[in-house]
Design a protein around this ligand. Structure first.
Ligand code: HDD
Length: 710
């Protein structure tokens, strides 16, 4: 049982009680009312509301320093906060498990049992995050999303600390502090929050053209995901795998979401930022609680050692993807997130990741970004959580930990051993270095001269940025132009927006022209760099539609008023629930709304003023009597809801008076609005299509409603 929103709710069913959950339960405290309230040293407290005061009988006088109970309460409170993460401060997490597929290609490349042993269920914790904003910033800002996975394997913890974008802004870790200073709020006024739309960011990326590819991803729809559940995840860096024949492979890790890759529209994203800043956090919780646990397939791309230099790009450069036409994806396992946290701070806030945490069979490459990351993460956790951070319940492995590391602040282990060094006279008994099964570094031959430099192929920055733009669909390209135009418009220093619009011409002439026109930048007079014309699979989000279209976990608003048709609502709600969607009835007030039949009503979950179209994926307005239709059309909120949902390309359906209301609201935009037929079998696909058997009513990305048959 866990407590959400003040009520006790049942834990999600069908949840494998993994080793990590069992481990956490050892320190999970159920609230037992009969225990009574106590101090931290266990003494019962009879009054937790009033300071101990001097009183002469006529009323209370000054408070007494002696009040150890009040002092403890206030001192504990004074120290509740820890430093927030220097980046990725805002996040949400969930528990789950990973299972390797039986007979996958993984065992050709690695002996890491977590990736090859299909009989295992490995517990995981995943933390999603934004990068720029503070811990209290909004979820739906335009930003890269962190996708950090901790696998509690039987051989130790493996942390795959990735993002929802496959490349990075910089090539060498040495640039990270400069990059983060530039992206974060400006130092003189701490503006802006949760945005890269400011002079310093665009100044830096303009002067650091290796960022061009990643900036394109961030300005595209990938920067504004609909849900954490609808994002890809990428390890980004090049790691290595070692197989049992001692052969080494370079590897990139990919997480492919079962639900496909979907984004908000930009207008939606920033409205939700104000309307519901916890939108993504709540979405994750809502899906898991509604038995729609998010799932991802783990896929790998591998390159044999001997082929390292056979590509026009450097495979150790984190600003480059490995096009799947050149290096195919192998699907090797599945991750499911099926359990929300019991308490945010000890779990989601105290979880701590390190790229250097790998398990036997997985290793590093000379990727200079990864090399620096391996140094940075452990260090930052010491500042955030203290040197014994790996003893915290959420961080400790499920396999035994035994070594001679000792002491430090907040040591919670009591080691029963008279020696704390190796070698020692006792020789036998733990902990001694493993004769077998220990972590084994690949014997890589390295000869060289000490220098600060980058490999020659690291100097090329625009080929793949162009590949990215070429591979987008037309609406995605339009969104990319809008993204760049919004951000550069927020830079008020002409040096910044003029130089960035010049840089864009190295990527794409049309993109540079469109953006420069919008923001008053430098209009290119000729093509800056010939377009190589190449495209690749896996850039456009349309390449990642779900294998089976589904409306599972999608939020559907049913707008009603008094006099609605009860059958229409009941039937639609039942059909939606049966297909796993989450319907909400929204009316003029929360509470009972009377139907056209008089007696039979429906309980509205929310009232019109408390919700907005942006919080839902689709809209349905049932039939009702004439007064009902008139009331809906007289409501500015309802009319705005429909128009806004239409503008955001949402699926919209109505029957009878509902249809008339939709026509009324959209008359200005689409005078000849046409409706497709649908019935209670309606299925709202993730494309925003309501279909039933033969017809579908579809709002397309070009803001036109079409009727598509079949
Ligand atoms: Fe990082 C946090 C992802 C480059 C230094 N990073 C952090 C988190 C994610 C990433 C998802 C949040 C983890 C969590 O939820 O707790 N970082 C990346 C990716 C990178 C990357 C995909 C490029 C491939 N990072 C990177 C570099 C450095 C850092 C080059 C330093 C040289 N990152 C950190 C950090 C953070 C962090 C300062 C802040 C909080 C933390 O580590 O635990 O150490």
């Amino acid at each position: 049982m866990s407590s959400v929103g003040g009520t006790i709710k049942q834990a999600v069913t069908n949840m494998p009680n993994t080793a990590k959950i069992a481990d956490l339960q050892r320190c999970t405290v159920e609230t037992v009312p009969s225990t009574g309230l106590t101090t931290d040293h266990g003494v019962r407290v009879s009054d937790t509301d009033n300071l101990l005061k001097l009183s002469d009988g006529s009323g209370p006088g000054p408070a007494l320093l002696e009040d150890h109970i009040a002092r403890e309460k206030i001192h504990r409170f004074d120290h509740e906060r820890i430093p927030e993460r220097v980046v990725h401060a805002r996040g949400a997490g969930a528990h789950g498990y990973f299972k390797a597929y039986e007979g996958s290609a993984a065992s050709q490349f690695t002996y890491a049992s977590v990736l090859t042993d299909s009989t295992r269920t490995t517990p995981v914790f995943v933390r999603f995050s934004t990068v720029q904003g503070a811990r209290g910033s909004a979820d739906t800002v335009r930003d890269v999303r962190g996708f950090a996975v901790k696998m509690y394997t039987q051989e130790g913890n493996w942390d795959l600390v990735g993002n929802n974008i496959p490349v990075f802004f910089i090539q060498d870790a040495m640039k990270f502090p400069d990059f983060v200073h530039a992206v974060k709020p400006e130092p003189h006024n701490e503006v802006p929050t949760g945005q890269t739309a400011h002079n310093n960011f665009w100044d830096f990326v303009g002067l650091q053209p290796e960022s061009a590819h990643m900036v394109c991803w961030a300005m595209s729809d990938r920067g504004i995901p609909r849900s954490y559940r609808m994002m890809q995840g990428f390890g980004v860096n090049t790691y290595t795998l070692l197989n049992s024949a001692n052969e080494r492979f370079f590897v990139k890790f990919h997480w492919l979401p079962e639900l496909g890759v979907h984004s908000l529209m930009w207008d939606e994203a920033f409205k939700i930022g104000g309307q519901d800043p916890d939108f993504h956090r709540k979405d994750l919780e809502e899906a898991i609680e509604n038995d729609a646990p998010p799932k991802w397939t783990l896929a790998i791309q591998t390159i044999a050692e001997k082929d390292e230099h056979n590509f026009e790009f450097d495979i150790l450069d984190a600003t480059k993807i490995w096009p799947t036409e050149l290096v195919p994806l192998h699907e090797i396992g599945e991750m499911v997130l099926n359990r929300t946290v019991d308490e945010y701070f000890p779990e989601t806030e105290q979880i701590a990741f390190c790229t250097s945490h790998v398990v036997p069979g997985i290793g590093f490459s000379d990727d200079p970004l990864l090399q620096g990351r391996n140094f940075s993460y452990f260090d930052t956790q010491i500042t955030r959580l203290g040197v014994n951070w790996e003893q915290l319940p959420i961080n400790r492995p499920v396999c035994p930990v035994m070594n001679h590391n000792r002491d430090g602040q907040h040591q919670t282990r009591i080691n029963k051993c008279p020696v704390n060094y190796w070698p020692n006279r006792l020789n036998a008994g733990p902990p001694v270095p493993a004769a077998q099964g220990g972590y084994h570094e690949f014997a890589q031959k390295v000869v060289g001269i000490k220098q600060r430099l980058r490999a020659p192929k690291f100097q090329e920055h625009f080929n793949q940025a162009q590949l990215f733009v070429n591979s987008l669909s037309a609406p995605e390209k339009a969104h990319l132009i809008a993204g760049f135009s919004f951000e550069l418009n927020h830079c008020d220093d002409p040096v910044v927006y003029e130089s960035y619009t010049k840089l864009l011409n190295n990527i794409d002439f049309d993109l540079a022209t469109a953006v420069a026109t919008n923001v008053g930048g430098v209009l290119p007079s000729e093509v800056g760099r010939p377009n190589h014309g190449q495209t690749t699979f896996g850039i456009s989000q349309l390449d990642f539609m779900p294998k089976t279209p589904t409306i599972k976990s999608r939020r559907i608003a049913i707008l009603i008023a008094d006099g609605f048709d009860a059958t229409g609502v009941t039937v639609m709600k039942t059909a939606l629930k049966a297909s796993g969607a989450v319907p909400f009835v929204i009316g003029p007030r929360r509470g009972n709304i009377s139907s056209s039949g008089g007696s039979e009503g429906v309980f509205a979950d929310h009232h019109f003023e408390s919700q907005r179209s942006t919080m839902f994926d689709a809209l349905y307005i049932p039939n009702g009597n004439v007064e009902y239709g008139a009331a809906l059309r007289a409501s500015g909120r309802v009319v705005h809801w429909i128009a806004e949902a239409f503008g955001h390309c949402k699926a919209i359906a109505g029957l009878g008076e509902g249809q008339n209301t939709i026509q009324h609201a959209l008359a200005h935009y689409v005078p000849e609005l046409a409706f497709g037929a649908f019935d209670s079998d309606a299925v709202v696909t993730s494309y925003g299509v309501i279909t039933s058997g033969k017809y579908s009513l579809r709002s397309t990305a070009t803001d036109v409603i079409n009727i598509a048959s079949g």
